[in-house]
Structures are given as structure tokens and as C-alpha cells.
Ligand binder design. Structure first.
Ligand SMILES: NC(=O)c1ccc[n+]([C@@H]2O[C@H](COP(=O)([O-])OP(=O)(O)OC[C@H]3O[C@@H](n4cnc5c(N)ncnc54)[C@H](OP(=O)(O)O)[C@@H]3O)[C@@H](O)[C@H]2O)c1
Length: 265
């Protein structure tokens, strides 16, 4: 299926690896120019070089911390300077620690909210005026299934994700008259470095080794395996594209119908 994104411009935050990189690769392969952000400039440049080697799509890198308003604005300004528009925004820059309430610090709660919720808010606030001026745009927030069905071991992610979902619904209502669609994609466990880190922490808290923690996670997913980043990217790219022109305010799980009592199994 031709997604209809050729010559469009996508800003993808948190895209030097994992789900964001998979989204950049898919959209780049469809002829969309991609702007990718992450904190580590070296990894980001390496990711951009991989994308450039794979296709002819234009790639711009902007290193920065999406937990900081000035860095977010710089990424948006750099995109506008280079391409003059932003057709698609995909937010993936998020990271929240797993853990039990008694072990989590206040800083960990605020850190999760600052990046996973306020980072997404900041990015949308900086991008929407440009989409509004253009009279069109598509926003996909990569959030997480903890926002739809809570899991007590993943509560710092869950509260930020629930806030993102609520926020996205508001954007969907407010900006649809301006031609801007806003949706969320909500993965369960996905085979990335982030999941590897969570699995290690889960193993620690459960008092098992990582292989056992992995098996317990898989046992919570009726499909019987965790998701691959490309599978999330397929969904994100479709929702972001004009092919999904009537999808607005949707919160789509991609979790193989995961049961959330992962700590109880
Ligand atoms: N993997 C899962 O199981 C899973 C499940 C549900 C939801 N999600 C969500 O999906 C999104 C992507 O996760 P992932 O698994 O693809 O993660 P990942 O493989 O760890 O990649 C995260 C990307 O975001 C960047 N990043 C992290 N903190 C950042 C910051 N403060 N500012 C800018 N960039 C930042 C990282 O690069 P730098 O470190 O260099 O900044 C990297 O490029 C996250 O929001 C995550 O919560 C993931």
C-alpha cells in the first residue's frame, strides 16, 4: 500500500533507535523526509547514516533533550528552517522506571511526567502552530498500554501515559477543525533497549533472573511473544498517513491483548 507520504516532512522525537527509528525507516522508505531527535548526538548521526544508506529520503538530525522546552523548540525551528513545514509529528522520546510504590522516589515520578507527558505536550505546543497555519497535520503520540489498563509495577509510565491519552483526546477535538488529526498508539512490551532495561528491573524486583522475567512477560501476552519495533512502526506510519484520514482521537493498543498483572504471575 502506498501510504501517500512521499515528499511530506515528519518530525520524530526519540528516534536514534527502537520504535522511533523504526518509524523513521518506514516513513523514509516511503519517500518522506524525516527529522530525528535524541540526546546522544553520535548515536543520532549513526542512525541518520543508516537511514541515508537505505534510501533516498532526506534526513535531518537535531540532538537535544525533549525534557527541555528550549531543545524541543530548537528541533521544531530547525525542521521549519530546513523544510518549511511539518506534516507529521511522532513522539517517541519517553522513558519511565518500573517499580513498586514503596521503592519509587518522587524524582522518578516527576522525571517520568516531565519527559513522557510534558515532553509530548511541549512538542505538540511547538508544532501545532505550524500545522494550523498549513491547515493540515497528523500527530501520533507513541504512549503505552499502561495508560489504557494500569499495571502497578509500571505506574510511573502508566500515569504519564494516561495523561498523554487524555491530552491527545483534547487535541483531537480542538484541532480537527484545523485539519490536524491526533491519535495515540499504545504498545505493550516491544523488543527494544527500553524493554531490556525494564525486564532487568522487573527481574530484580521479582527476585528472578532476566530469562525468567522475560518468560513471565511473554506469559502475559496471549500471542505468546513480545512485539517487534517494526510492527509498531507499521501501525504508527499508517495512522500518521493520509490513508487514515478519518482516524482522529483514537487510542489504539498494540499489545497482543496483554494481561497487566505481570508482577502477579
Ligand atoms: N519498548 C517498550 O516495551 C515500550 C512499551 C510501551 C511504550 N513504549 C514507549 O515507546 C517510546 C519509545 O520507546 P523505545 O522502546 O523505542 O525506547 P528506546 O529503544 O530506549 O529508544 C528511546 C529513544 O528516545 C531517545 N530519548 C530518550 N530520552 C530522551 C530525551 N530526554 N530526549 C530526547 N530523546 C530521548 C533515545 O536516545 P537518547 O538516549 O540518546 O536520548 C532513543 O533514541 C517511549 O515513549 C516508550 O515509553 C515502549
Amino acid at each position: 500500500m502506498d501510504l501517500g507520504v512521499r515528499d511530506k516532512v515528519a518530525l520524530i522525537t526519540g528516534a536514534s533507535k527502537g520504535i522511533g527509528f523504526a518509524c523513521a525507516r518506514l516513513l523514509g522508505g516511503e519517500g518522506c523526509a524525516v527529522v530525528i531527535t535524541a540526546r546522544n548526538a553520535e548515536n543520532l548521526e549513526a542512525a541518520a547514516n543508516k537511514l541515508r544508506a537505505e534510501g533516498e529520503a532526506e534526513v535531518l538530525v537535531v540532538a537535544g533533550d525533549m525534557g527541555r522546552t528550549d531543545d524541543v523548540q530548537r528541533a521544531v525551528d530547525a525542521t521549519m528552517d530546513r523544510f518549511g513545514r511539518i506534516d507529521i509529528l511522532i513522539t517517541c522520546a519517553g522513558s519511565s522506571p518500573g517499580g513498586l510504590l514503596e521503592d519509587l522516589t518522587e524524582e522518578q515520578f516527576f522525571g517520568s511526567l516531565n519527559l513522557k507527558f510534558m515532553g509530548y505536550v511541549r512538542t505538540c505546543r511547538a508544532v501545532i502552530p505550524h500545522m494550523k497555519a498549513a491547515g493540515e497535520g497528523s500527530i501520533v503520540l507513541v504512549v503505552g498500554n499502561d495508560g489504557l489498563k494500569p499495571s502497578y509495577w509500571e505506574m510511573t509510565a502508566g500515569i504519564a501515559n494516561a495523561a498523554d491519552i487524555n491530552f491527545a483526546s483534547s487535541l483531537a477535538e480542538q484541532y480537527a477543525p484545523h485539519g490536524i488529526r491526533t491519535n495515540t498508539v499504545n504498545p505493550g512490551p516491544v523488543n527494544t533497549d527500553r524493554w531490556d532495561g525494564l525486564e532487568k528491573a522487573f527481574a530484580r524486583d521479582k527476585g528472578v533472573d532476566q530469562a525468567t522475567a522475560h518468560d513471565l512477560a511473554v506469559a502475559s501476552i496471549p500471542i505468546g511473544r513480545i512485539c517487534e519495533p517494526d510492527e509498531v512502526a507499521n501501525l504508527v506510519a499508517f495512522i500518521a498517513s493520509p490513508r487514515a484520514s478519518f482516524v482522529n482521537g483514537a487510542h489504539i493498543p498494540i499489545d497482543g491483548a496483554q494481561r497487566k498483572g505481570i508482577m502477579d504471575t
